[in-house]
Design a binder for this molecule. Structure first.
Ligand SMILES: C[S@@+](CC[C@H](N)C(=O)[O-])C[C@H]1O[C@@H](n2cnc3c(N)ncnc32)[C@H](O)[C@@H]1O
Length: 243
């Protein structure tokens, strides 16, 4: 098994920002979502429909690492009455997300260009927080602990956080099987082996995902009263925590 790149040698926040500044179109497709992500479109529907069902009186929604706004846009198409706060490192992503939501959403759109780790928002304010394909950019345990605690603090009582992301598995053999073998086959079938290797190289350089059990335990540890798995397929999972 290949030794993963240590955290301190992975892409810097500036590297990540530069890369996403030049990748806006790839994250702007509502029909497919992001194609390297397994079941992207399915989870886009599952999470946005789940939010509508769980929060019929939705008024404030925070989208962390919103990218070009796929999840917030899909939510606004179903329930256009909320105020949206969009956060991303990348200004071109925020501009695209705002442009796509303008005319669909009836509420206000606030954009904040920031690293989630540096973000300061009011407590007990949001009904729902969306964090899709972004938390895998967090690095050490302190990052994860701090960000999950903030998410909990920013939510109103009864509020919810909806996460969909690349995950690891704590058992190395299982991780190798589900990630290298099975997800590898998925990527090769999407294009070819060269493409698979390029995606794996990029993930190793840029991302530091954590297991589902690490994340669900941490959600409970920081105060979420219930945590539910929505969907898991190989190394991608969606789950929700209620404050
Ligand atoms: C893979 S895209 C996902 C976009 C969107 N959430 C989606 O699911 O379509 C990740 C986004 O997170 C942003 N991002 C990465 N690290 C971040 C951080 N530390 N703080 C804020 N945004 C971040 C990137 O700029 C990028 O737009």
């Amino acid at each position: 098994m290949q030794v993963p790149t240590p955290l301190h040698l992975k892409s810097s926040t500036q590297d990540i920002k530069n890369r996403f500044n030049n990748d806006v179109e790839r994250f702007s497709n509502l029909e497919t979502g992001q194609q390297t992500t397994i079941d992207a479109a399915y989870n886009l529907d599952l999470i946005t429909e789940g939010i509508v069902q769980c929060h019929p009186q939705l008024s404030e929604v925070l989208d962390l690492g919103c990218g070009a706004g796929n999840f917030s846009l899909k939510l606004a198409l179903q329930q256009p009455g909320f105020n949206s706060t969009l956060v991303d490192l990348s200004e071109p992503m925020l501009l695209k997300a705002k442009e796509r939501m303008t005319g669909v959403l009836n509420g206000n759109i606030t954009t904040i260009q920031s690293d989630i780790r540096a973000l300061d928002l009011p407590g007990n304010y949001f009904d729902t927080i969306i964090a899709t394909a972004v938390l895998h950019h967090l690095r050490d345990d302190e990052d994860w602990q701090m960000v999950f605690s903030k998410i909990h603090r920013w939510l109103k009582p009864g509020g919810s956080v909806w996460i969909f992301d690349l995950i690891t598995h704590d058992n190395p053999q299982l991780n190798h099987f589900l990630y290298n073998n099975k997800y590898g086959n998925y990527l090769s079938a999407l294009k070819d082996d060269h493409y698979k290797n390029a995606v794996f190289e990029y993930i190793d350089k840029e991302d530091s995902p954590r297991s589902l059990s690490f994340q669900t335990s941490l959600l409970k540890q920081v105060g979420f009263s219930s945590v539910e798995i929505l969907h898991k397929h190989l190394c991608f999972a969606s789950f929700v925590g209620f404050k």
